[in-house]
Design a protein around this ligand. Sequence first.
Ligand code: ACO
Length: 384
Amino acid sequence: MNRYAHVVGWGMAVPEKVLTNDDLARMVDTTDEWIVSRTGIRERRIAGPKETTASLAIEAATRALEVADISPDEIDMIIVATSSPEHIFPSTASLVQDALGASRAGAFDLSAACSGFIYALGMATNSIKCGSMNTALVIGSETLSRLLNWSDRGTCILFGDGAGAFVLRGSDVTGGVMSLVMRSDGSGGDLLTVPAGGSKMPASYETVRDNLHTIQMDGRAVYRFATRVMIQSTREAVACAGLQLSDIDAIVPHQANRRIIEAAARGLELPEDKFVINVERYGNTSTASIPIALCEAVEKGRVKPNDHLVFVGFGAGLTWGASVVHWDVTPPPPLDTWGRLRRRTLTGVAKVRSGLRRVGRQLEGVVYGKNAPEGEEPPHVKKK
Ligand code: ACO
């Protein structure tokens, strides 16, 4: 029997702090008029000192689990698509798994820049379809404000912080994620990059002094690439799903620049109102932009049950991707009172359990650490 991956939960989270174009004009040589006319962006959200990529991801995921009405211990896999992970390791996804109390879940981060959410959707869908898992939490979360050079007017005006999450579930019912296109052209890797902080150029006094830990971009080249692949991959994903463009009810594109979306609309010969656009309020939130736009569109009734949607994105790598989703919204039957109580309790005790595990590891260190006789192994290691 064929398996299908359905979106059964969705949620978003954005920081409270709003940074307007006028605020930016006090920081760099720019104007509200320039930013709006070139990008469509009016304001963006910026993470506060206590907000991180993981904390925004946890908030969005908690909402998505509530919509799906499932408990964290039903999740098989957590994928966090991000370009601004909490650390190089551990993965942001593992931190989210711990905080949610998703005790049965595997977790990993996925790096495909702004196309990351589509790639993560693809990985989860294919795993559900082949039967290796049944429930996946797919998150796009970013605090790109931490990777910006706030004196570079060419980049600091574009990006914002936020997170969006989907819960995907396997079902025998036809529908859900209908097609996926995932592509890359690494020859354009230098067009959009954070050069330092990885293994090629580790952090040093010089890299920090020269701002090499911040986003560097050839905006015009990215613009040309973006308009081309948005059109190509939308057509490809729609054809793979066995549909025509006229069957599509709404396109939810990566929110990088209003002009790029308008160009894609012209290229696809579709009216602009087919596109869900909220870039004016959040800027480019990278992997989070598609799920955030989707959440708002559902809330406003712009996306309705049984709609056929296209998600399409592009980003550094270069990478791009698109997916057709039948928004059939077939959530599993609601949990009974016991199920609800169990979910709340699991989430509530997650922090306590995490703390106890830390204490347990410390005790293990005392017992089997430097005080243990030489050569003594813990009991779970078999003696030679
Ligand atoms: N305010 C005022 N002037 C500016 C600003 C600013 N914020 N930024 C640049 N300018 C100036 C430039 O210096 C240039 O001046 P010059 O002509 O005297 O040299 C002039 O404006 C035009 O600059 P361009 O770069 O040609 O402007 P353009 O119309 O291409 O717009 C932009 C720039 C908005 C960056 C556009 O190229 C773009 O959106 N590109 C795509 C970027 C993108 O989407 N990146 C994210 C990809 S997703 C990911 O993976 C992260």
